[in-house]
Design a protein around this ligand. Structure first.
Ligand code: FES
Ligand code: FE
Length: 421
């Protein structure tokens, strides 16, 4: 049992450098988060390249709610609730496909890929145009697309997607700029990992520069790429609060210092000559070199999209202590040698036999067990509080291993929870 009363106010649970353990374990808090965060703020759903052709669709989710992302025959993208308006059956369970309509398997109601109810057998009681109009599939209230990344919000009103992304927009720009064609292709499919842990443990960990040297030491030694040094005490990399709960592990200062382009696992330029030539042709030699040295971002877009250089992770809460991570490899449209590398590295590091994600997942589940203890009952996030500073853009930054991102996430979380009260 919690010794802090959640109804007494969020300031009792969230202080600037510590949070109460019940935030990870209390089912009532989880339910409040669904309403105040997951069904209100902008949530990443999918990428336009997953539905490239008219009538393509892909099954997605916003928190526990099932959603279908469709492209209609005119080419417009829709986010529909995957829930029959009759008695709530899933109208679509194929993970992806091409169809202009979905037929509910329970009583045969049929809906178009824009959500319109097309027909139903034995219609007595449901007849009339009015009924038909009202019984179309539910829709996610707002849809926003930035650089092909599709976000949905269940709130009719609120900040625009651009306002929500704020400074973190630059991370998506940077990712896309590394594609010689200027386009991404995120249709390789998603690996799914379920963990018995609260979703916020994952959000906090994605830009945690404190853990890699410990949790990932074995993969760092196998990779022999020097990547572990990025998270050493001497590292010039930065942790950053990008605003609105978005956070960053900025490795660019370190890459620039060592002049090492593409500092990721196995994707150095000598191994991807065709890609480098393509990028140089598209951007010019100088700009291509700068892009390669800076590399791809390591940014967590609150609440659910983590750009991890060559992979994307999507966090989906299922219950207070159950979360799914969906992972795919970044692929640049028309850059086969680089794509092959990024796919191989993704499968090798976060696939079924990969160490990287398995190591993090073990930590999440251990945290989840530990956090039930009620003495001590607080999780502390103090690292680097004394050296937090503003960068030239006015963002709070700290050293690579500081807990600047975690404090930033909780500040934003508290604002959302208080605003929704
Ligand atoms: Fe879908 Fe009855 S639940 S047709
Ligand atoms: Fe990790």
């Amino acid at each position: 049992m919690s010794t802090v009363d959640a109804t007494a106010g969020w300031d009792r649970l969230i202080e600037h450098d510590r949070v109460h353990g019940s935030l990870y374990t209390d089912p009532a808090i989880y339910e409040a988060e669904l309403e105040r965060i997951w069904y209100r703020t902008w949530v990443f759903v999918g990428h336009v390249s997953e539905v490239p052709e008219p009538n393509d669709y892909v099954v997605k989710s916003i928190g526990p709610q099932p959603v279908i992302m469709t492209r209609d025959k005119q080419g417009e993208i829709h986010l529909l609730l995957n829930r029959c308006t009759h008695r709530a059956n899933l109208v679509c369970d194929a993970p992806r496909g091409n169809s202009s309509a979905f037929r509910c398997p329970y009583h045969g109601w049929t809906f178009s890929n824009t959500g319109r109810l097309l027909g139903y057998p034995f219609n007595s009681g449901y007849d009339g145009r009015e009924a038909k109009r009202e019984l179309g599939l539910g829709r996610v209230a707002r849809i926003g697309i930035y650089e092909g990344f599709v976000f949905g919000s269940f709130a009719e009103e609120g900040p625009t997607l651009l306002e929500h992304l704020g400074a973190a927009r630059e991370a998506l720009d940077r990712l896309v700029a590394l594609s010689p064609s200027g386009e991404l292709d995120l249709s390789a499919g998603w690996l799914q990992h379920k963990v018995k842990a609260n979703w916020k443990m994952l959000v906090e960990n994605e830009t945690d520069g404190y853990h890699p040297q410990f949790v990932h030491s074995s993969i760092f030694s196998v990779a022999q790429s020097g990547i572990g040094e990025l998270y050493g005490e001497e590292s010039t990399a930065l942790s950053r609060d990008l605003g609105n709960g978005h956070t960053e592990n900025d490795l660019r200062p370190e890459f620039r210092r060592i002049g090492q382009p593409l500092g990721w696992f196995g994707t150095t330029p000598d191994r991807v000559p065709d890609y480098v030539a393509q990028l140089e042709a598209a951007k010019g030699v100088e700009q291509a070199r700068e892009l390669l040295i800076d590399g791809s971002p390591h940014v967590m877009l609150f609440p659910n999209l983590f750009i991890a250089e060559i992979q994307l992770f999507v966090i989906q809460p299922l219950a207070v202590d159950e979360t799914v991570q969906h992972v795919t490899a970044v692929q640049y449209k028309g850059a086969p040698d680089m794509n092959r590398r990024m796919l191989q590295q993704t499968i090798g590091s976060v696939g079924p036999a990969g160490f990287l994600l398995a190591d993090d997942s073990e930590m999440y589940e251990r945290n989840q067990r530990g956090v039930h203890a009620r003495s001590p009952e607080w999780v502390v996030l103090k690292r680097g509080t004394h050296r937090e500073r503003l960068d030239e853009d006015g963002h709070l930054v700290g050293d690579a291993t500081d807990e600047v991102p975690q404090r930033a996430i909780w500040r934003h979380y508290r604002r959302l929870m208080e605003a929704g009260a």
